[in-house]
Design a binder for this molecule. Structure first.
Ligand SMILES: Cc1cc2nc3c(=O)[nH]c(=O)nc-3n(C[C@H](O)[C@H](O)[C@H](O)COP(=O)(O)OP(=O)(O)OC[C@H]3O[C@@H](n4cnc5c(N)ncnc54)[C@H](O)[C@@H]3O)c2cc1C
Length: 400
């Protein structure tokens, strides 16, 4: 959908200009014009024109795209986000899956990097990118929705990638939907798997739907690029090759502006204390803990292993542990080397947050619990008997 001014009806009275909260309406050659790049389709301008010159139109540039037009879109792109000038690990994970997709499509893999230096761009090449579109403008050093969305949309329009992947992080979630709206295409958020359909060469975007009860495969057949976001730690990193070479294209940030200025970025306290994303070992507890005392027991095990504490939503809802520890669909997604699930049944909403872990050890007194279907090692038993034995043995082995 578009909102346009019908030039034959517009009298140039300028009455509509102030109605737009995004300053998308300007006067051009005596008639009002709505810039579709800036318009957010909020519809605030509809109805303000006394001549009824402002109207919605359903047609979009790509809605009638032919297969010939779609085939003009080539290549796989990943958006490489950075914090404090350092590329975030999710970007390397996106390069891992991006490499796989680009090989299947026999096309190039590019990364887009804003607000970081060439050294970081070279790292992206070593992790699998053939090309990096780098814009090192100071305006882009701290994440800001408007210039990020403006520049990425411009690059997409100019270079026409077939696929764009971004992290389902606060940054990706904030501005990638704007980009999708600007380039008039679809977006599938929080994908857990991405595959190429061998027949159509379209992207199969798989994600949980209906509260995680089904896995939906979503396609974007008539619009390009196909845009998907992926949560951190869902995909594995690709291979690092220090000798890999690629191309770095320096982009100028011309005519970029922002009405807002990021003054400072302050980390949430929970992010500082619960570093589940970085932990190699996570000991997680569920309703089977019975009460908050169980958390203390798991803390002892985690401490012996040098790990962090996770939880199912049931344990969080019971008030035994804070939400910042929750793992799953509405919590964090983790991918440690070892995940020990204690008294967790294995509901799909929990599994989507931890099933990529390298080794999963499940302790549950019900041998039929679904967690055993994803577990590398299963211990059927009461966690209050098993966990103290584990702690004792680990302390012995470690000489603690
Ligand atoms: C929209 C939506 C989003 C959700 N998001 C999440 C999410 O992000 N994360 C999440 O975890 N859940 C989430 N859930 C909830 C999810 O569906 C389950 O209800 C929840 O994961 C169950 O937690 P649990 O396994 O700890 O509890 P239960 O399913 O009650 O399982 C407890 C297990 O402990 C075992 N047990 C009991 N006592 C002992 C013992 N002494 N020793 C050993 N084993 C024992 C039992 O056999 C049982 O298997 C979501 C649900 C919805 C609808």
């Amino acid at each position: 959908m578009y909102i346009v001014v019908k030039p034959d009806k517009c009298t140039g009275c300028e009455g509509c200009i102030s109605s737009c909260p995004f300053d998308a309406i300007i006067l051009q050659s005596g008639v009002a014009y709505i810039n579709p790049e800036i318009c957010q389709l909020c519809k605030a301008c509809l109805g303000v024109c006394p001549e009824v010159a402002i109207a919605e139109i359903e047609d979009t540039p790509q809605s009638s795209a032919t297969s010939h037009e779609l085939s003009a879109y080539k290549g796989v792109w990943i958006f490489a986000e950075q914090r404090n000038g350092k590329v975030s690990s999710v970007s390397y994970e996106l390069l891992g899956v991006g490499r796989k997709l680009s090989q299947e499509l026999e096309t190039e893999l590019s990364a887009v990097l804003f607000g970081a230096n060439e050294e970081e761009a070279r790292e992206l090449i070593k992790w699998g990118a053939d090309r990096v579109y780098l814009c090192n403008d100071p305006l882009l050093e701290k994440f800001n929705d408007t210039p990020y969305a403006d520049l990425l949309s411009r690059l997409i329009k100019e270079h026409k990638p077939a696929i764009l992947l971004a992290g389902a992080t606060p940054i990706g979630r904030s501005f990638i939907p704007r980009v999708a709206a600007r380039v008039r295409t679809g977006l599938t958020a929080d994908c857990t798997s991405l595959e190429i359909d061998k027949q159509t060469r379209s992207l199969f975007q798989v994600r949980p739907a209906f509260g995680g009860n089904i896995m939906a495969t979503i396609i974007c057949p008539n619009h390009r690029p196909q845009i998907a976001t992926v949560r951190p730690r869902v995909m594995k990193r690709g291979e690092y090759n220090a000798d890999r070479s690629g191309e770095i294209l320096n982009i100028k940030a011309e005519n970029l502006f922002s009405k807002t200025k990021v003054i400072d970025i302050i980390k949430e306290i929970s992010e500082l204390t619960v570093n589940l994303h970085e932990a190699d070992v996570i000991v997680a507890g569920g309703r089977g803990l019975g009460d908050a005392k169980g958390v203390k027991l798991l803390e002892e095990l985690a401490q012996a292993l040098g790990g962090a504490i996770g939880a199912s939503r049931a344990a969080v809802d019971e008030g035994w542990i804070s939400y910042s520890h929750q793992i799953g669909q509405t919590g964090k997604t983790v991918c440690p080397k070892i995940y020990i699930a204690c008294g967790i049944s294995g509901a799909v909403q929990h599994l989507v947050g931890m099933q990529s872990s390298d080794i999963i050890i499940a302790i549950n007194k019900n041998p039929e619990a679904p967690i055993f279907n994803v577990a590398t090692y299963g211990i059927v038993g009461d966690l209050y008997e098993v966990v103290p034995l584990l702690i004792k043995k680990i302390k012995e082995v470690k000489g603690l």
